[in-house]
Design a protein around this ligand. Sequence first.
Ligand code: SAM
Length: 222
Amino acid sequence: MAAALTLPPHAVAVDLGFGAVPWTSAEWLTSLRGRWPEVRLRAVDADPARVEAARQGVEVEGMRFEVGGFDLPPGGAHLIRAMNVLRQYRDPEVPGALAAMAAGLAPGGLLFEGTSDHPGDVLAAQCLRLDGGAVALEGLLLACSGARGCAPALFRDFLPRSLRRGRDPTGAAAALLSAWEPLWRQEAGEPHERILRSASALTGGMAWHLPAGFAVWWSPAP
Ligand SMILES: C[S@@+](CC[C@H](N)C(=O)[O-])C[C@H]1O[C@@H](n2cnc3c(N)ncnc32)[C@H](O)[C@@H]1O
């Protein structure tokens, strides 16, 4: 999915709901700059105290901390990540929040919305884009460090709420995990070999309502 992302030279990324610690935004900017050296980052949070603490704590050229919400300036962001933000919201609030964030996307921009555990060892994020004014699901990113093992079922509790069993009319994500599980069980070897080999065995059948399919990323804990 990332391979499909083309950013202009002065792209703007937004870390929406950056949270209690500002250095995660700074780390994200550093990793983005590995590929897009001139990218700038707006780190936004609804909590003014967090924004003030972040401004005092971290200063990185090209990164700005701001008080704000889901309603970003229309069309201004090429990449938005909103990790562990919507889990605080009730189900009926989620579609409106996603639509508001997506309205901040520039043409071709992507919104990653998802959930991880606290250390970031397991993560699931949906990748969304704007298509003719509507929010469209592009794909699903599943990442695992192996620190707590790794199996398809591990991702179930981290799926975006709109993709969980019983809430997503297409059932695509739940079907993906169910189809993946037996393939993973058949694999032998190290945990990362089992998860990656079984995932790639799945991809052939994975056009299912996820136009860019899904990506599984093994990111070992340091
Ligand atoms: C659990 S923290 C997540 C922090 C970080 N993104 C992470 O993954 O570790 C959620 C943050 O989202 C912020 N937040 C909640 N609703 C928001 C909104 N509508 N707009 C901006 N920030 C929001 C909260 O103030 C909080 O700092």
